[in-house]
Design a protein around this ligand. Structure first.
Ligand code: PLP
Length: 352
C-alpha cells in the first residue's frame, strides 16, 4: 500500500503530538567519503533534531509520546535506560518543556560518580528530572537490571496513582506504537527530500537498540513505497533476532493501525546486523573507534561510540567486503548521541 506525501502527512497530522524539533533535518552527500569508498554516500542529520544543544532520534519519537501523555492528562512521565541514556536525557527536557514531571529509573551499566555526574546524567539533573539510579547486582546483566527498573517504575506509578497523580509510562527507548510514529514521520520527510534532491537510495544504515526507530523506518518505508534495503545495526546483544524483529514488527503494525492503515508487518521485513556491537553495550570497539575517526577527519562529523559509531562501522564493513556494490546510493542515518563524548572514559574508549 502506497500513499502520496500529502496523504501520509495528513494521516500523521491526526495523531496527538507536541512540537519539539527542527524539521526537516539536513540531508546531503558526503563527497570526500563517497570518493574514498566508491559509493554515493549521503547522511541524514537526526543529531540536529533540536531543540536543546544535543538532538537525536528520540526527539522525533517524543513529539508523539509527550503528545499522547498530554492527551491522556498525565502529570508525570516515567522512562528507563542506562545512566548515560540519550533517550532519558531527551525525555527529561521534552517532558519538562511541556509541564510534565520527568521521572527516570537508570541502570548503572557504567557506575556514575555520585559527586560528579557527567554528560547525559548531568543534563537530566539540569532539566530537573527525578533520578533513581539502579545499581547492577553481582553478575546481573543490563537486560535484567532493566527489567528490575521497569518493576520499580511500575510500583512508583501505582503509589502516585493513590495520590491522584497520573503518569504516562514510556518504555525504554520510547519503543511503543506512539514513539514509532516519529520514524514513520521521518520516512515521509525523507521521501519528500529524496524527491527534491532527485536521489533514490539503495541502502540505508542506522543504529538500533530498543527497536523503535527501525520499526518506524520500516513502517514508513512501507507506506511511502521506498525500495531501499534498511540495515539495522545493533548497539547491543539483542538476543534472538527473530524475536527482536518480531517485536519491532508488532510496533510497526500497531503504528500503522493508529494511522488507519490496515497492513501487518512481520520479522522478515527487518534486516538486523548483530556483527558490530562487540564487546558489548557501552563498551567501545576498535572498528567503532576507527569509524568515528574516519567520519570526523574526512567529513568533520562526530558519531558516538555507543550507537552511531558502531552503525557506521557496519556500513564500512559492508562496503569494504563488497556486499554493497560500487556506485550504490547509500544513506547513513545519524541518530545523535554526541553527549557521550563527555561521559565516563570506559564508554568513550581510546579515541585519541
Ligand atoms: C544515539 C542513538 N542512536 C540509536 C539509538 C537506537 O534507537 P532505538 O532505541 O529506537 O532502537 C539510540 C537509543 O537510545 C540512541 O541513543
Amino acid at each position: 500500500m502506497s500513499f502520496t506525501i500529502q496523504e501520509a502527512k495528513a494521516m500523521i497530522s491526526s495523531m496527538p503530538r507536541v512540537s519539539l524539533g527542527f524539521f526537516p533535518t539536513p540531508l546531503y552527500r558526503l563527497d570526500s567519503l563517497s570518493e574514498e569508498l566508491g559509493i554515493n554516500l549521503w547522511i541524514k542529520r537526526d543529531d540536529f533534531t533540536g531543540s536543546n544543544l544535543f538532538g537525536g532520534n528520540k526527539t522525533r519519537k517524543l513529539e508523539f509520546l509527550i503528545g499522547k501523555a498530554k492527551a491522556d492528562g498525565a502529570d508525570c512521565v516515567f522512562t528507563y535506560g542506562a545512566t548515560q541514556s540519550n533517550h532519558a536525557m531527551q525525555t527529561s527536557w521534552a517532558a519538562a518543556k511541556n509541564g510534565l514531571n520527568p521521572i527516570l529509573y537508570l541502570a548503572a551499566v557504567v557506575p556514575p560518580d555520585p559527586d560528579d555526574y557527567k554528560a547525559n546524567l548531568l543534563l537530566d539533573s539540569i532539566y530537573g528530572a527525578e533520578i533513581h539510579i539502579v545499581d547492577l547486582e553481582e553478575g546481573e546483566s543490563f537486560a535484567d537490571a532493566e527489567k528490575r527498573s521497569f518493576k520499580m517504575g511500575k510500583s512508583h506509578i501505582a503509589r502516585l496513582e493513590e495520590q491522584d497523580i497520573k503518569s504516562y509510562d514510556i518504555p525504554m527507548g520510547g519503543a511503543n506504537e506512539y514513539g514509532t510514529l516519529g520514524y514513520v514521520n521521518c520516512m515521509i520527510e525523507l521521501a519528500e527530500q529524496m524527491e527534491s534532491e532527485g536521489v533514490r537510495f539503495d541502502h540505508m544504515y542506522h543504529s538500533t537498540g530498543s527497536g523503535g526507530t527501525m520499526a518506524g523506518i520500516v513502517a514508513g518505508k512501507r507506506i511511502m513505497d521506498l525500495a531501499m534495503q534498511v540495515h539495522s545495526v545493533t548497539a547491543m546483544d539483542v538476543g534472538d533476532e527473530d524475536k527482536y524483529a518480531g517485536r519491532a514488527a508488532q510496533m510497526a503494525s500497531d503504528a500503522l493501525t493508529l494511522l488507519g492503515v490496515n497492513e501487518t508487518l512481520s520479522a522478515e521485513h527487518f534486516l538486523i546486523d548483530q556483527n558490530h556491537y562487540g564487546p558489548g553495550y557501552e563498551c567501545p570497539s576498535e572498528e567503532g573507534t576507527e569509524a568515528i575517526r574516519l567520519l570526523a577527519r574526512k567529513e568533520g562529523i562526530l558519531v558516538d561510540p555507543v550507537y552511531s559509531g558502531k552503525a557506521f562501522a557496519g556500513l564500512l564493513s559492508d562496503v569494504r567486503s563488497g556486499a554493497i556494490p560500487e556506485d550504490s546510493n547509500v544513506l547513513f542515518l545519524h541518530t545523535g548521541g554526541s553527549t557521550v563524548f563527555f561521559a565516563e572514559k570506559e564508554i568513550i574508549g581510546n579515541l585519541v
